[in-house]
Design a protein around this ligand. Structure first.
Ligand SMILES: Nc1ncnc2c1ncn2[C@@H]1O[C@H](COP(=O)(O)OP(=O)(O)O)[C@@H](O)[C@H]1O
Ligand SMILES: [Mg+2]
Length: 186
């Protein structure tokens, strides 16, 4: 199956999960994230606003703030196909970006942010046990990871239904360090 076919198949499966099921599974994912050494040790953490049927990480954002850590959400710059991490202190003041995903105000973007990041909670469409990832097909995260000045821990999060035996990978695809689903940590 090529990337395009796999995206279609897995998104259909994810969209079929009931909202209550997605909420419960999202909480299970968050419980596992906050128990990892990588989370405990990190002070600057980027996560994402849930889009469509993605896991809902808003309780994690609250936890990060409660734990006295810094939280960042991505802002998409469509022309440059770039992601900018912007610090947030809560879920307020977010507005829909070019893909309809809730984003913080770009005015608050500071150039120094990327070098501070220690952990990036990464969305995706499908993942495999070798921790390879496919996204929606625009390569934003591959480009973002490649642009970072240092090695950052990257945790892919997904519902267990998004795990497949093997995802197709190309030269530019950057593998993750951990995958966390509602059922396992890989
Ligand atoms: N580091 C990079 N520099 C330039 N182009 C990139 C980079 N990473 C990915 N791309 C481009 O982005 C496009 C989409 O990448 P792909 O891996 O298929 O998407 P996704 O990771 O969202 O599933 C590809 O055409 C690829 O060439
Ligand atoms: Mg890719």
């Amino acid at each position: 199956m090529d990337k395009k076919q796999l995206r279609r198949k897995i998104l259909k499966k994810r969209d079929a999960l009931l909202p209550a099921e997605r909420r419960r599974k999202s909480l299970d994912i968050i419980k596992t994230i906050i128990r990892t050494d990588q989370y405990v040790k990190a002070s600057h953490i980027m996560l994402f606003s849930s889009f469509g049927s993605e896991p809902d990480l808003s309780p994690l954002l609250k936890e990060i703030i409660k734990d006295g850590k810094h939280a960042y959400l991505p802002v998409v710059v469509k022309g440059d196909k770039k992601i900018l991490p912007v610090e947030v202190t809560g879920l307020y003041g977010l507005t829909a970006g070019p893909y309809g995903i809730l984003e913080p105000d770009t005015q608050k973007y500071k150039d120094v942010t990327p070098s501070l990041l220690e952990l990036i909670i990464t969305p995706g469409v499908a993942f495999d046990p070798a921790r390879h990832r496919i996204g929606y097909g625009a390569g934003y995260y591959d480009r973002f990871f490649a642009s970072l000045p240092h090695k950052v821990c990257k945790i892919g999060v997904a519902f267990d239904e998004q795990l497949v035996q093997s995802v197709p990978k190309e030269q530019h695809d950057i593998a993750l360090d951990l995958i966390i689903t509602d059922k396992r940590l890989l």
